[in-house]
Write a protein that binds this ligand. Structure first.
Ligand code: DX5
Ligand code: ZN
Length: 230
């Protein structure tokens, strides 16, 4: 199968470390600078030791930005609880961690789809691929965390790349996302391993020229997708 024909590189900045008092302006600036989607980090203070924002904020942002693809990265203990409110808020893809709900992953995937959203399954660094294998066919995307979820600005964990490689080897057309410590110094490892959906927080937010960072990340990933195809 012609892999490059369907596998697309997508860059999704995380606004976690942006000036959240200017959430709309920051988000719009990222989209105007070439972002393909927005990665919105939702934390409940329980699954991770931190809080961010929830569906009321996402709903307000959606009113100001009607058309962009919104992914919510649900770092929450009970992902089922927020499916309906997030669908109502206009979320495009609901990505949840499987760790707290291992016995209930399939019904949750079904509910997310029934609510009209795409399904993403996220793995913490300590979670092996075996935990997600049986669910891959029911998901639109697998997120391999490259830091412990909870905070922006942490160091990229290169030792997560074998998980990405395994997924790419076995699922040539699967959307595989990496998140945590991804920037110009670490994008090569992600691209070579086979990631095609790239979340990047501080590396984009803190850049003077967001457009050029997004373009460089894209160029690296696209050249890997291309190389694999020839
Ligand atoms: C971490 C979040 C990430 C984070 C990425 O818990 O899921 O999305 O904001 O930020 P950087 O790229 O700074 O690690
Ligand atoms: Zn995230």
């Amino acid at each position: 199968m012609d892999r490059a024909a369907s596998l697309k590189c997508k860059i999704g900045p995380s606004i976690l470390n942006a000036d959240l008092s200017q959430l709309y302006a920051e988000s719009q600036r990222l989209l105007d600078s070439g972002a393909d989607y927005l990665h919105l980090d939702v934390m409940d203070g329980s699954f991770v030791p931190n809080l961010t924002f929830g569906h009321p904020v996402v709903k307000c942002l959606r009113k100001r930005i009607p058309h962009a693809f919104f992914e919510t990265h649900m770092m929450v203990q009970d992902p089922e609880q927020w499916i309906e409110p997030m669908a109502d808020a206009g979320v495009s893809q609901y990505t949840f961690h499987i760790e707290p709900v291992l016995k209930n992953v399939m019904p949750i995937c079904r509910k997310i789809r029934e609510a009209g959203m795409k399904v993403g399954l996220a793995l913490k660094p300590a979670t092996g691929i075996d935990a997600v294998r049986q669910f891959i066919d029911h998901a639109d995307m697998i997120l391999i965390m490259t830091v412990e979820p909870g905070f922006g600005g942490q160091k990229f964990m290169t030792d997560m790349m074998p998980k990405v490689q395994w997924l790419r080897h076995n699922y040539p057309l699967l959307d595989i996302e990496v998140d945590g410590g991804v920037g110009l110094n670490t994008i090569n490892a992600c691209a070579e391993a086979g990631a095609n959906m790239i979340v990047s927080g501080t590396a984009i937010i803190n850049a003077c020229d967001q457009r050029s960072v997004i373009a460089s990340l894209r160029e690296t990933v696209e050249s890997s997708i291309h190389k694999c195809n020839v």
